[in-house]
Design a protein. Structure first.
Length: 183
């Protein structure tokens, strides 16, 4: 795991690139990300097959002007406001903020791992309200922390070359048609 001075050094050396970057978002061992402007709400009543598709459909919500109220038991996709790039020897885990977790809000159902070679892309968040109260989601609210780690040598492939969702600039729904080919 990288600590604050190591994160700053990797940013200075270009091995971690965060846009927009705010040095005040660095904690003792993480970088704090904020919520981006686009949410995707899965349309109800769909049936999908992870093996055969079709890809689900979503309603797109822009929260840049008006917050969205997530109800108890509701699931949606969000995004970080920041784009992230990592070299082939640095990875990251995305984790929730404790204050929002104490409200019952999770920001990832299972996909916490950002692979080495992640390139110029937002991070999609799997947001779920497990609590019993409505929670306001607003643009640029503190939403997640990134915990970085460094391998002893770089991977042969980068996520940009082998991932399903490289170069995302906006929240994307599930791509089930590519699922069997990548992770």
């Amino acid at each position: 795991m990288l600590v604050d001075n190591q994160i700053k050094e990797e940013i200075k050396n270009g091995n971690i690139n965060i846009k927009p970057y705010n040095e005040e978002n660095i904690s003792p061992a993480a970088y704090y990300f904020t919520l981006g402007e686009i949410l995707l709400i899965p349309e109800e009543g769909q049936r999908v097959s992870v093996v055969n598709g079709p890809n689900p459909t979503y309603t797109k919500i822009d929260i840049s002007q008006k917050p969205y109220i997530i109800k108890p038991g509701e699931f949606l996709l969000g995004q970080t406001d920041q784009e992230l790039s990592l070299t082939n020897n640095i990875g990251m885990f995305i984790d929730g903020r404790t204050s929002i977790a104490r409200l019952g809000l999770t920001i990832h159902k299972t996909a916490t791992f950002v692979q080495p070679g992640h390139s110029s892309s937002i991070i999609t968040l799997e947001i779920y309200n497990t609590g019993n109260m409505e929670i306001e989601l607003s643009y640029k609210m503190p939403i997640a922390k990134g915990i970085f780690f460094k391998s002893s040598k770089p991977s042969d492939k980068s996520y940009k070359e082998s991932g399903i969702y490289p170069l995302q600039k906006e929240t994307m729904g599930a791509d089930l048609l590519s699922f069997g080919n990548n992770s």
